[in-house]
Structures are given as C-alpha cells and as structure tokens.
Design a protein around this ligand. Structure first.
Ligand code: LMR
Length: 331
C-alpha cells in the first residue's frame, strides 16, 4: 500500500474525512487569447488561490471539449460544470429572452449594455435559467460585432443575396433577412472552414473572434459596422453548484466577481489589439462605414425589433429599453 493510501485509511478509521479536490471543467469555444479565454484562465487562478487549492478549474478552450450545441447538453447532464456561451445561444435551451441582446443597434455603447447586465433586468434573465438546471453567475463582455465578406460591405445592397454564418439565434436570422442576406446557423468551430471553402460568404463577430480564428485569412473585407452586441453569460450546473460547501461557493463567487471585473476591463483592449492585427496582416481591407451608411443599415434592420418582440418577450424588451433609455421610435 502506498503511504498516501495508508494515511487516508488511517484518517477514515479515525472518523476524519479525506477531502478530495473539486474539479470544475470550464469549456468554451473561443481562442485562449480572447476576452473570454483570458478571463476563464483568470477565474481558474483566482479560484485556486481563494479556495486554497480545494477547487481546481480546468479550462478547455477552442471547442477542444465540446462545440456550441454539445456544450449546453454537457452542462445539463453534468459532463462539464461551467460554460460561458454567448447570449445568442440560449434560444435552443428555451430561454429566448436572451436573444434581446442580439437586436441590432439596441445598445449605443458598453455603458448602455451594463445598465442591463449589471442591473435587475440582467439578474432576472439569469434567474430564468434555473428551471433548466442552470445557474447564471455573471455576464462577461466581449464587444460589438462587425460584418465581413469577400466583397466590400458598404451599402445595404451589398448584403443582398450573400450567405452569412450566424449563431443559433432567431433574432440574428431576422437581422440577416432584413438586409436581404441568407442566414446560416453554424457552430463557431466550423466558421473558418466554411468561409475558406465558400460554404458561406461572410460572417459577423467582434474583431477579437475574427482575428484569433484567423478569419482575416479567408475574408477580404471587414466593415466596422458595430451593429450589434456579443457577450457572455457564465453558467454552472445548478445541482453541482448547490452541492458545494457554502464557504467554497462563497470563495468561488468572489473569484467570479474578480474575473468579471477583469473580463470587462480587457474586452475593449483585446478587440483593439485584434483590429491592429487584422490591419497589420494586410489580408483584409478594413472599412469604416460613413455615418450615412451606418444609418442606412440601422434603418434596414429596424423592423427586427418589432418582428422579434414576441420572441424575446415584450416585457423583457420594454425593461431593456427603459434601462438604457433607448427609444425604438428613433430607429
Ligand atoms: C460565435 O459563435 O460566433 C461566438 O458566440 C463565439 C464566442 O463564444 O464568442
């Protein structure tokens, strides 16, 4: 018998418990070098520090463990304990209200967004996950999305007839339809190849995702449209979370709070760095739409708000409009 086993047996015989380390598998689909990738590693370090090693968070980046759809299923059955899916990916789970975050031009800036994610509306949305066996712990920022394709995207007419990869959100499907495009839902891990082989013509994402997945190698044009937001909800398997000793759960909550501050602090910087990277690569032409072009895009996409009001819930929508002071009649 090994010394450790003998020791454990002796402790057990003495009626003392042998405390095993708790492992949290944290799976996500983006590169390590992104706001979410870095924040998940930060959380893992903080969790180890604050629980004094009682909890080990193993981070699996880049869909190494699960792809988009599979990771949600894996969380519910407890094969992973923690995820941070984009807010656009909760519809298939039956919590369609999160798709309100996908509405075009709904947030002017990050300050506007935080009025929702850091306020009662954000908390109420996370609470809707609980009947699905999921506990929402925090919102992490990424940023505003831009469109890319192999042809320039300036006027609304430039989007017509093009096939764009989107996340699994009906609001995004309607957004693409509003500009005459064809929406194709696809897992994030498959986007690069789909762009390379021409299965789709273009896509939308914050620049940090665009650059770290090397989409600039297979997209000639990037238009900085900032037409919609992409961010995350950090979620855990509720049964697992509730079963943790209260002190450990408290320490993990503290680690999550610190990781959230960190995530939101670096998100813009990471996107700025990625934009520099795209420009330096010389492979993609970066275009800044004129005020008029952006306004035309906003006008074309405006009907998405009314068309999708029932889907995201009129009440949720009103609460978001109220929190941000957004006036839909200005669309
Ligand atoms: C996407 O699928 O485009 C994004 O949700 C990926 C991510 O997690 O940022």
């Amino acid at each position: 018998m090994k010394l450790k086993t003998i020791l454990a047996a002796a402790l057990l015989a003495a009626g003392m418990s042998v405390s095993a380390q708790t492992v949290i598998k944290f799976s996500h689909v983006v590169a390590a070098d992104t706001p979410k990738g870095k924040a998940s590693v930060f959380f893992a370090q903080k969790a180890a520090e604050l629980t004094k090693g009682k909890v080990k968070v193993e981070v699996y980046a880049n869909s190494a463990l699960y792809k988009d759809k599979e990771e949600m299923e894996a969380l519910q059955i407890g094969s992973v304990q923690m995820l941070a899916p984009s807010l656009a990916k909760f519809g298939p789970l039956g919590v369609k209200e999160f798709e309100a975050f996908d509405l075009p031009f709904i947030f002017d800036d990050t300050a506007d967004l935080h009025k929702v994610t850091q306020g009662p509306v954000g908390a109420a949305l996370l609470a809707k996950l609980e009947p699905r066996g999921i506990k929402g712990l925090a919102y992490w920022d990424n940023g505003f999305k831009s469109f890319s394709a192999n042809t320039p995207l300036k006027a609304v007419a430039d989007y017509k007839g093009k096939k764009f990869r989107i996340q699994s959100s009906k609001v995004l499907e309607e957004e693409i339809r509003s500009v005459g495009g064809i929406a194709q839902v696809m897992a994030f891990s498959e986007v690069y190849q789909a762009l390379q082989t021409g299965v789709v013509d273009g896509t939308e994402n914050p620049i940090s995702n665009f650059y770290t997945q090397k989409m600039h190698e297979v997209q000639k044009h990037l238009s900085l449209t900032n037409h919609g937001y992409l961010g995350y909800a950090v979620i855990v398997n509720k049964k697992f979370w509730d079963a943790l000793p209260a002190d450990v759960r408290g320490q993990l909550e503290q680690a999550m709070n610190e990781a959230t501050v960190y995530a939101n602090k670096i998100a813009q910087e990471e996107n700025d760095l990625s934009l520099d990277g795209v420009k330096k690569s010389g492979k993609t032409t970066v275009y800044v739409p004129t005020k008029e072009e952006r306004m035309a895009l906003k006008k074309a996409m405006a009907p998405v708000h009314t068309k999708m009001a029932d889907r995201v819930g009129k009440e949720t929508l009103q609460q978001i409009y109220q929190a941000t002071g957004f006036d839909p009649s200005t669309l």
